[in-house]
Design a protein around this ligand. Structure first.
Ligand code: PRP
Ligand code: URA
Length: 237
């Protein structure tokens, strides 16, 4: 190995170690970074080659993996079902109804896959738009029930950049009494994720991958661009 290659390898392992330490203290964070199929789909999702339809379909595929991981231990009860070869075979039925809260717009793209993964859901939307100058979220629609006492809520938004938008909605649902909050994201920045986790240590986060940087405009790098625009098209600003 040349000295240049050795230095490159060392830098790589330093970065990996720093990431492992940063994610290690985040007990409630699960990533799917070791899942080859997710990595493959995520590479397609990031690519400028993926058009609107393909982007939407990839969001669904990755969201399905996130939901199955996040809710692998949902409470269930034993049931008996009839198969073509045995009547009264043992099965399981999920007990909890989950309230799905997409953050508009981009979170809407994740809803069909979550509804398909979870047997029983209710839907309630929150509309936020990040101010491009301040990067603070502005609330433009509150579609949450007034009382979420005892309810399990799953918040979905493909992008956790500064963490401001997800933090805003996590605070809203907790103020209204949600007993358990899970966040599903496709990409997070390392700094935004760390900020979110320290502000909301009780929220479980399942994210496909964590990227190293935010640029000066608050975009995740390498990221995938503007998830809302890629799902729904460029609005007239
Ligand atoms: C994007 C994204 C998140 C937010 C992430 O939405 O979908 O909601 O930005 O950024 P943050 O972590 O720094 O808050 P945006 O406000 O652009 O709205 P959109 O979904 O309508 O495009
Ligand atoms: N919102 C997005 O859609 N993409 C980013 O990279 C950051 C915020």
């Amino acid at each position: 190995m040349s000295s240049h290659e050795a230095e490159f390898a060392k830098q790589g392992s330093d970065v990996t170690e720093a990431r492992t330490v940063a994610l290690g203290i985040m007990e409630n964070v699960t990533t799917l970074e070791d899942h080859t199929l997710v990595a493959h789909r995520l590479s397609e999702l990031r690519s400028v080659e993926s058009d609107q339809n393909r982007f939407g379909s990839l969001v669904s595929t990755i969201t399905s993996a996130l939901a199955h991981e996040a809710f692998r231990n949902l409470p269930s009860k034993p049931v008996l079902i009839d198969t073509p070869v045995l009547a009264g075979a043992p099965g399981a039925a999920v007990l909890d109804e989950i309230v799905v809260v997409p953050i508009l717009r981009a979170g809407l793209g994740m809803v069909p896959a979550i509804q398909e993964a979870l047997p029983s859901t209710r839907l309630a939307c929150v509309g936020l738009k990040r101010n491009e100058a301040t990067l603070q979220p502005d609330l433009y629609f509150d579609g949450l029930p007034g009382d979420l006492t005892g309810v399990t809520v799953v918040i979905c938004d493909p992008m956790l950049a500064t963490g401001g938008s997800l933090g805003y909605v996590a605070a809203m649902v907790q103020e209204r009494g949600a007993s358990k909050v899970v966040a599903l994201c496709i990409l997070a920045s390392q700094e935004g994720l760390a900020r979110f986790v320290s502000a909301h240590p009780n929220v479980k986060v399942v994210v496909a991958a964590v990227d190293p940087e935010l640029n000066n405009h608050g975009y995740i790098v390498p990221g995938l661009g503007d998830a809302g625009d890629r799902l729904f098209g460029l609005p007239v600003r």
